[in-house]
Design a protein around this ligand. Structure first.
Ligand code: ATP
Ligand code: MG
Length: 173
């Protein structure tokens, strides 16, 4: 299991940018972690890394925000406020499930059956100011993305992000 130790919001942004650089095709990414963990901050970094320069709002109330990014539809969902999974049908979530789309979903546990299956699952844990970020591939596409993400973080040199590989070897980025 790989764990990134992320010192602050700027470093979380940078971690998101490295994930953007690792993305080639479409992907479905679930983001898990408590309120204020940094899920939206990470997605903002991904969008920056894809070259999106406009404002990135949390989809707290809209539930879904769509973005124009080169070559791929990008959708950011936050299902925290969903009352019943059936609401997703009204949002047209099934229509988002195109293999070319990049779909990032906060609070996927509220989504139920209608959600597309995850390729990659990212968990963020709060450690005072710092965050621990771990991830797990759940499909072949996810394994490729996870491997590319790791190699991109190795190329990064920035204080505040520490990539721990296993228990005994730490790489400071
Ligand atoms: N190391 C860190 N990584 C990410 N965010 C951090 C960190 N330290 C402090 N923060 C702050 O924590 C907050 C994270 O908010 P964010 O909206 O990204 O969380 P979230 O997980 O999306 O929450 P929600 O479930 O409410 O949508 C921001 O205010 C950010 O500046
Ligand atoms: Mg959020």
């Amino acid at each position: 299991m790989k764990v990134f130790t992320v010192a602050d919001a700027a470093a979380m942004d940078t971690l998101g940018e490295t994930l953007a650089r690792a993305m080639e095709g479409g992907a479905v990414v679930y983001l898990r972690g408590e309120l204020g963990a940094g899920k939206t901050t990470l997605v903002r970094g991904v969008l920056r890394g894809l070259g999106y320069v406009g404002r990135v709002r949390s989809p707290t109330y809209t539930l879904v925000e769509g973005y124009e990014t080169p070559g791929h539809g990008f959708y950011h969902l936050d299902l925290y406020r969903i009352a019943v999974p059936e609401e997703l049908e009204f949002l047209g979530v099934r229509e988002l499930d195109d293999p070319a789309h990049r779909i990032f979903i906060e609070w996927p546990e509220r989504g139920g059956e209608a959600l597309p299956e995850a390729d990659l699952e990212i968990r963020i844990q709060v450690r005072e100011q710092a965050r621990s970020v771990s991830f797990q591939a759940l499909s072949e596409r996810g394994r490729q993305l996870a491997a590319a993400w790791e190699s991109h973080t190795h190329a990064l040199r920035r204080p505040g992000i520490r990539l721990q590989v296993g228990d005994d070897s730490n790489v400071t980025l």
